[in-house]
Design a protein around this ligand. Structure first.
Ligand code: HEM
Ligand code: NAG
Ligand code: NAG
Ligand code: NAG
Length: 484
């Protein structure tokens, strides 16, 4: 009885507060003669969050936005995850939002995610420190570093991992191992070992915590994630302290950690251990789940589009036959994969593993005849643009050939933004492309495969294959005609 009473009081208060807030906001907006983008705020407090979640649990990639775009147009108002939010499915508006980072908009993450990332992660930084760290990250993963240094590790670690594949494998699991091994190598020069294996176990718990929304405080997944984060941070802290000592002895390695130490002595000063640890932890988050998901989804789309797969096979078999069985891939080889680059773009376009970004308006912003009030959230949806027939012909089918002309799009050049844009554009964009290309090369030239059982693409809480894409692989060799 008590609970029912409490529930009643709670509901009453919520409705009351909500109506009050809405009246106040409405009055405030009228006074300023502003016009919100059209839309509905849904139920008190939860708004349209439940519609959003249930929509993305279906197989249609964009039900929530499709619905509202057809009702209200490319910019609309809704209320999700506790706040009124303006959604944009309009490329010009998205560009405006991305380019004005730090001036009119700032990135914004829920507190639960901030706790997991740590104060000094690039994703949460602002202002000049962000600028410095962002360009440092870029210079660690730019094309000349990839060419001279990272490609060899990528090639070696991908092959090492593929060597252990037999029979039935969960593609998503294997891809995760590959990208985790790669990231640890790139960050701090560790080759796969017991230590990295243990780190990965804790690390997966941290990642799970990111998706324990919408009620993190009550979730045991989230509590476990916080504990795991502490362990990961301790382990990384130990590595950082060791390396500081070794550097004292004059030893230098060629990795991200070294680049962070080199910040010592330059303008703005060096970074503390805590800063370095948070920074590395966030790089692991940003680079590992995204790249392994895109690897898995590329294989899924190719498997379902046999003529694309056979075209890709030709390209890679030609490279392999030219090189011989074991010689590792060189930068020139990577540069001679034009169709692969079409496949990479098309996978990024249609999979949209980062469907868009949240920002907060730092001031009242007028755009396209509407006003976004100061303090409101905005969501720039990349997926809505990528899947819009106005920008890509037959936008919802996987068609790598579209990239052979017009850079894929039928309209303006700014419609393809899988890596975001502006000051927060993904510093790993080239790295991710190289990792995916090298992975596809070795997979295609060494194995044939079939799906082990039906699986499906889902979109909540993240874009991924529901069963981690189990496949049955069979080894093949281009150099042994009897083994095909
Ligand atoms: C297919 C793979 C990837 C996709 C689709 C992707 C996508 C994105 C997007 C859309 C953003 C912008 C977020 C925002 O504007 O708020 C971003 C930021 C970021 N990405 Fe990636 N990313 C990928 C791989 C990587 C890799 C391999 C790294 C490792 C270096 C990485 C590191 C980062 C970092 C550090 C940021 C934060 C940048 C900042 O806030 O200044 N990403 N990524
Ligand atoms: C990449 O970064 C390095 C420093 O790490 C720098 O010397 C080089 O000029 C950069 N290359 C490109 C293409 O930006
Ligand atoms: C890294 O690669 C090795 C060798 O392929 C593999 O045994 C290991 O499971 C991978 N994962 C981690 C986290 O070390
Ligand atoms: C893939 O997309 C990028 C933009 O992110 C573009 O610069 C590049 O030309 C595209 N590649 C192909 C083969 O169209």
């Amino acid at each position: 009885m008590d609970t029912i009473n409490n529930l009643f009081i709670y509901l009453f208060l919520s409705v009351f507060t909500f109506l009050l807030l809405r009246a106040v906001t409405a009055a405030h907006l009228r006074r300023r003669k502003t016009r919100l983008p059209p839309g509905t705020l849904g139920l008190p407090f939860i708004g349209e969050t439940l519609q959003l979640i249930s929509a993305y649990k279906t197989e249609n990639p964009e039900p929530f936005i499709d619905d509202r775009v057809s009702k209200y147009g490319n910019i609309f108002t809704t209320h999700v995850f506790g706040e009124p939010t303006v959604f944009s499915a309009d490329p010009e508006t998205n560009r405006f939002i991305l380019q004005n980072e730090g001036r009119l908009f700032e990135s914004s993450y829920p507190g639960s995610i901030q706790n997991l990332l740590g104060r000094y992660s690039l994703l949460l930084m602002r202002g000049t420190l962000h600028k410095r760290m962002h360009s440092l990250t870029m210079s660690f993963a730019n094309s000349s570093i990839l060419k001279d240094h990272l490609l060899a590790d990528i090639d070696r670690l991908v092959r090492l991992n593929l060597d252990s594949w037999t029979g039935r494998v969960f593609l998503m699991e294997e891809a995760k191992k590959i990208t985790f091994n790669l990231t640890v190598k790139q960050l701090m020069s560790f080759d796969p070992c017991e230590w990295t294996e243990k780190l990965m176990k804790e690390y997966m718990l941290v990642i799970e915590g990111f998706f324990s929304i919408p009620l993190p405080i009550f979730s045991s997944t989230y509590r476990k994630a916080i504990q795991a984060r502490r362990k990961v941070a301790e382990a990384l802290g130990l590595v950082v302290r060791e390396r500081r000592k070794e550097r004292g002895g004059g030893e230098r390695k060629n990795d991200m950690l070294e680049a962070l130490f080199e910040g010592d002595g330059v303008e703005g000063g060096g970074f503390s251990d805590e800063e370095i640890v948070d920074f590395m932890l966030a790089l692991l988050v940003a680079g590992y789940d995204t790249t392994s998901t895109i690897m898995t989804l590329a294989v899924k789309f190719l498997t379902e589009t046999p003529h694309a797969l056979s075209h890709l096979k030709e390209e890679h078999e030609e490279i392999r036959l030219r090189k011989g069985e074991v010689e590792s891939l060189q930068w020139e080889d990577y540069k001679s994969m034009p169709f692969t680059q079409c496949v990479v773009n098309e996978t990024l376009r249609i999979a949209n593993i980062i469907s868009g970004v949240f920002r907060r308006a730092m001031t009242d912003i007028n755009i396209k005849g509407y006003t976004i009030p100061k303090g409101w959230k905005v969501f720039a949806s990349f997926r809505a643009v990528h899947l819009d027939h106005a920008h890509f012909k037959d936008a919802r089918s996987f068609d790598p050939w579209r990239w052979q002309s017009n850079a894929g799009s039928t309209s303006s050049p700014n419609v393809f933004t899988p890596f975001g844009g502006g000051p927060r554009r993904c510093p790993g964009y080239e790295l991710a492309r190289v990792e995916l290309s090298v992975f596809l090369h070795h997979l295609i030239t060494r194995f044939s495969w079939v799906p082990a059982e039906p699986d499906k693409l889902i979109f909540f809480p993240t874009t991924r294959m529901q069963k981690r894409y189990p496949i049955i692989v069979q080894r093949r060799s281009l150099f042994d005609p009897y083994k095909e």
